[in-house]
Design a protein around this ligand. Structure first.
Ligand code: SF4
Length: 310
């Protein structure tokens, strides 16, 4: 028997109560998942929620490194990931061997890893940052030399604001954000001259340079829904359109088409979680995030350092 989306959502809500489960969802998740989530947020907010929750089960609707982070921060909880195939291509670009090699070459440097890294890379990092707190966290460090992993564009954005430090940038990038070029944004600006441009720091440097605002997902939502402009050109993943329209439906939000990419900025991995898969993990309690205890202990140190600063 085929059941409707509404019925699936009702089943999820019932199971959530019965099993004392909490659903955490990133802003890039499908609208129907955002609707059944207990908390929606960016990486920083969701990390805090994962650390503080007293639920027995955390269902993490995001990509794998996010579900891993929830487990690392709250290891006694059962963390379920609706689709284990949902990974982050940028996180997979960084390797432990590469980070250790850089550490050896630059013994006076501190390894700052973006939260978009896998657990093993976090475990060899000195501190973690998110796109929201990266500048603040790096500024607070005494070290003059920073190895920044894995996003070269977030790293460049941070380096620009902290010229007194030297940055060694890992050459990783987010494929969906990378494909958005300044050319597409400028063409839209010509069409909508009064519009403001807000982009994520994962966008390439040329794109970030022409933006009126560069910030994390939550910061973009705050800026776009409250700035004086009626039209805002949004340079990040299209999933946030749902939150933007909910928060301020009176504005026009334009998601540029990235020419090379033949579409708007869209993360296929984030969309691999579906309502059916959320229901399935709640029913079967499968797809649990299992990590080595020692690895989790090592990875928790740089994460907690970040949370204490931000
Ligand atoms: S949007 Fe980019 S950084 Fe975020 S999960 Fe997708 S590929 Fe990774």
């Amino acid at each position: 028997m085929v059941i409707t989306e509404k019925q699936v959502a009702e089943k999820i809500n019932k199971l959530k109560k019965e099993k004392n489960a909490v659903i955490l969802a990133h802003y890039y998740q499908r609208p129907e998942i955002q609707d059944i989530a207990d908390y929606i947020g960016d990486s920083l907010e969701l990390s805090r929620k994962a650390q503080q929750t007293d639920a027995d089960i955390i269902v993490f609707c995001g990509v794998r490194f996010m579900a891993e982070t929830a487990k690392i921060l709250n290891p006694d909880k059962k963390v379920l990931h609706p689709n284990p195939e949902s990974g982050c291509p940028m996180a997979d670009m960084a390797t432990v061997e590469g980070v250790l090699r850089l550490k050896k070459e630059h013994p006076d440097a501190v390894v700052v890893s973006y939260i978009n890294t896998n657990a093993d890379v976090k475990a060899v990092s000195d501190i973690i940052v998110t796109s929201r707190n990266a500048v603040k966290v790096v500024k607070s460090l005494h070290a003059k030399k920073i190895i920044f992993v894995p996003d070269q564009f977030l790293g460049s954005f941070v380096a620009k604001q902290i010229p007194e430090k030297e940055f060694i940038l890992w050459k990783g990038f987010c494929p969906p954000h990378f494909n958005l070029s300044a050319k597409e944004l400028l063409a839209l600006k010509e069409k909508y001259p009064d519009a403001k441009i807000a982009v994520h720091p994962e966008c390439n440097t040329d794109t970030a340079e022409i933006a009126d605002f560069v910030g994390s997902t939550t910061q973009i939502i705050e800026y776009a829904t409250t700035c004086e402009a009626d039209t805002v050109i949004i340079g990040t993943e299209v999933g946030i359109e749902y939150a933007l329209k909910k928060k301020n439906p009176n504005k026009k939000y334009i998601f540029p088409q990235a020419a090379e990419y033949c579409g708007v900025v869209h993360c296929c991995d984030m969309k691999k979680n579906t309502l059916d898969k959320v229901l399935q993990v709640l029913e079967e309690e499968n797809n649990e995030i299992i990590l080595d205890k020692e690895l989790m202990e090592k990875a928790r140190i740089p994460l907690e350092k970040m949370l204490s600063i931000s």
